[in-house]
Every structure is written in structure tokens, then in C-alpha cells.
Design a protein. Structure first.
Length: 430
């Protein structure tokens, strides 16, 4: 007998025996003969009992998840025979290497070789099922600083027990893809593109947000709030103020894109901002059996049930199926309605700009950068050119221009009268 896809010879114990066992368990099973040379000829072991102990300890402690139930041993004067059956919880891997090619081996001909990422993904899919969020994460070196801060901010405990209950950690003690999404190492992002006009063409600005989905959520809200201008008009004795978009509608649209997208695809959530609308585009169409009109009457089938549960526990979403209905309520008396477009691979929600479709006679419209300066001054006694540069991430010349514009509009006032004075406060500040 020669070594082949199901047979391996070892003259003596080596630490690599666990790789051979793993490779057979990840493939179709096989037999390892310890005490034979490469041609299958007997090669007596110096200490049969000691060798058997080394082998069993190595397999028990060196392979994850536990593969021992699929391994049998037979020891006699001719050596040790290790029989390995195909495992049911693939991929088996070296704990110190993790779920990557250097830690996962499969049988290929007469050799045990590192598995490809595609083979690892396929084994995880076959073992854990098609649901992305419950499958084991390929990345296991995860940290949760941003998630911990969000849970603490919301007054919700976040420890080992909660991580298991929520599904961040699986029953095998490994992080799931839900854990990956909530971790600081999350590989998915949100991309923003702000265009001049109503068509894709000249970019006004771009931004990409990364990190834990919980951090992405807050950063996305902050960016969208800066771009949501407030316009005001005077009708008779009444002053009417109106944001471009209802803040609750923007919040619900962004949450819908984050919670319900298909994370099995590697692409980003795309948010396109035009003068007349915002488009929220996420990967993954409607769940099977649903139609676009079903969403407006509260029908919901979450693609990511565990992720939705996390957002529900943190009180970021109220209940399944209410977000789109809430959006429509804010546009109930508005002539242009939100639109949904769903294909097999993508979902798009468009919110009309209320001040574009039904413009108010603007008395004053706060620019996004001016708004950021005013927000800073609400919590601080003054602002300087250097602080403006830091807050807005702009250069010195642009910071001077912004300050001059706000002074001319009466929004801020310079403190002191000297040439060297460089501190500005809100105009009504004492």
C-alpha cells in the first residue's frame, strides 16, 4: 500500500500528526499508520505507550473544534493505527492559526495541504448553513471597544454571557459573523457621495465610514444631520421652518439599510445625496415571497434576525416592520413620495427633498459647515481659526473664509478688538 488520499505513514510521532488528522477530518476521512516508513514498511517504535500518549494529547489539545469523537486508535506490536472519520463540524483548524489557510488543512492526493479561503468558506457554509450572521467568522482576532461604548451609552450590559445570548459567540466558543459585524474589525463600510445638482456628475464631497456597525450608525447620523439644511419662510405673521428631510425619516432609512442588507456580499452601503433627493442603496433584494408594497403595510421578514435583535435591544429600532410606515407618515401630506426599487441583488430607498420639491422662501439657510461651528459653540465658550480647522478638517484659508462668512451673517462675533484677537462667540453670547 502506498500513501494516497486516505492513507498516511509516519515512522514516529511528530507534531504534524495533528495536521494529518485535521486534513482527514476536513475531507473524506482516512487512516494514519504510525511506525511505518514512507513505503509502508514496519519501523518499530521506541516506546509504544509514550508515543500513543503524545498522539492523543496532541489531537485533543491541538485541533479545534473537538475532533476526538471522530478519531479511533489501535496499538499493537506493529505500531499505532489512527482511524479518522469525516467530521461534522468543519472546518477543523489549529487554534493558534485560526480560520485561515495556515490553520486549516485538507487532504489532496497523498499530502495534507493548507485549504484555500474559498474551501474554508464552503466548509463553514455546509456546516453552519446559509445564514451569514450565524456562521463562524473567518476573522477570530476581534475586539469590541466601539460596541462596548454603544452598549454602555444605551444602558445595556455587554459581557461574555450577553455575547453568547445575542449570538456574537457561537456554542463552540468562536465568534460568529454577527460578532464580526459588531467588532472594531468589521470589513463592511458605508460610502457617501454628495453631488452638485440632481444627477451623478460633479462630486461635492465623499466620505467612507468604517468600524463596528454601531459606530458606523452614529457616524452616518452625524454626517446626514450636517447635510440636512433648515430653511425658513415668513407667511404673514407666521415663520415656518422645515428641514430638507424629516430627521426621523432619514434615521429610519439609514437603519433600514444597515440592519437589512445582505452582508454575504462584500460591497458597501451607498448613500447618494443630490439637491432634490437622498438615495440609500444596500446589497440584497427583498426576501423571497415579499413585494415592495408589502413593506408599506408593516410586513417584515428580517434577513439578519440577530443583528435586528441587537438594534432592538439598544432601542435603535422600535419593532420589525414599522420603519417604512413611519417614513411614509412624514411624507403623507407631501406631493412627492419616497420610492422603493428592489431587484434580485439590491434594494434602494429614495427620500425626496421637501425644500426642493416645495421650496420655502428662504430667510436664512444654514450651511453644513456653519452648522458644525454653531454646534461646537453650543458646548464651548469660543472658537478660533485653529479649532475650525480641526472641527471641519479644512485648511487655514478655508477656516478664515468660514469665519468671515459667519461674522457677516451675524452668526458669530469676534471677542476683543485687537488685531491679535482670534476668538469668536455666538452673537448673543455675553
Amino acid at each position: 500500500m502506498r500513501e494516497d488520499n486516505n492513507v498516511e505513514y509516519k515512522r514516529e510521532y511528530t507534531a504534524d500528526i495533528k495536521k494529518e488528522v485535521m486534513a482527514f477530518a476536513n475531507s473524506d476521512g482516512g487512516v494514519i499508520y504510525v511506525g511505518r516508513d514512507d513505503n509502508g514498511n514496519p519501523y518499530p517504535l521506541a516506546d509504544l505507550e509514550e508515543t500513543l500518549t503524545q498522539i492523543t494529547n496532541s489531537i485533543r489539545d491541538g485541533i479545534s473544534p473537538d475532533v476526538t469523537m471522530f478519531v479511533g486508535y489501535e496499538a499493537n506490536e506493529g505500531g499505532i493505527v489512527i482511524t479518522v472519520r469525516e467530521g461534522t463540524h468543519k472546518p477543523y483548524f489549529l487554534p493558534e492559526k485560526g480560520l485561515k489557510p495556515s490553520g486549516v488543512y485538507v487532504r489532496q492526493g497523498s499530502s495534507s495541504v493548507p485549504a484555500s479561503f474559498e474551501q474554508i468558506r464552503e466548509m463553514i457554509k455546509l456546516t453552519d448553513g446559509d445564514k451569514f450572521e450565524t456562521a463562524r467568522s473567518l476573522i477570530q482576532d476581534l475586539t469590541f471597544k466601539e460596541a462596548s461604548e454603544e452598549f454602555e451609552r444605551c444602558g445595556v450590559a455587554f459581557g461574555e454571557n450577553q455575547m453568547r445570548t445575542l449570538g456574537i459567540v457561537g456554542t463552540d466558543g468562536l465568534y460568529t459573523n454577527l460578532g464580526l459585524l459588531l467588532s472594531d474589525q468589521c470589513t463592511h463600510t458605508i460610502k457617501f457621495a454628495v453631488f452638485n445638482g440632481t444627477k451623478k456628475g460633479e462630486f461635492r464631497t465623499r466620505k467612507e465610514i468604517e468600524g463596528s456597525l454601531l459606530k458606523q450608525m452614529r457616524s452616518a447620523f452625524d454626517f446626514l444631520n450636517l447635510t440636512n439644511n433648515l430653511a425658513a419662510a415668513v407667511t404673514g405673521l407666521d415663520r415656518v421652518e422645515q428641514f430638507d428631510y424629516p430627521e426621523i425619516a432619514v434615521r429610519e432609512a439609514m437603519l433600514n439599510a444597515i440592519v437589512h442588507r445582505d452582508y454575504g456580499f462584500s460591497g458597501s452601503i451607498i448613500v447618494n445625496l443630490y439637491d432634490d433627493r437622498i438615495e440609500f442603496v444596500s446589497l440584497g433584494g427583498l426576501m423571497p415571497g415579499l413585494k415592495a408594497e408589502d413593506l408599506f403595510v408593516g410586513v417584515s421578514q428580517p434577513r439578519n434576525e440577530k443583528l435586528a435583535n441587537v438594534f432592538y435591544r439598544l432601542k435603535h429600532i422600535e419593532a420589525y416592520g414599522t420603519g417604512l410606515r413611519l417614513i411614509m407618515q412624514y411624507y403623507e401630506d407631501f406631493e412627492v413620495k419616497p420610492e422603493i426599487t428592489a431587484t434580485n441583488g439590491a434594494f434602494s430607498l429614495t427620500l425626496p427633498n421637501m425644500n426642493y420639491a416645495r421650496p420655502l422662501r428662504a430667510v436664512h439657510q444654514t450651511k453644513p459647515q456653519h452648522k458644525a461651528v454653531l454646534e461646537h459653540l453650543k458646548n464651548n465658550p469660543f472658537i478660533t481659526n485653529e479649532i475650525v480647522q480641526e472641527v471641519l478638517s479644512v485648511k487655514q484659508t478655508r477656516a478664515y473664509t468660514i469665519i468671515r462668512e459667519m461674522v457677516n451673517e451675524g452668526l458669530i462675533t469676534k471677542r476683543g478688538t485687537g488685531k491679535e484677537d482670534n476668538e469668536y462667540t455666538l452673537t448673543d453670547s455675553k
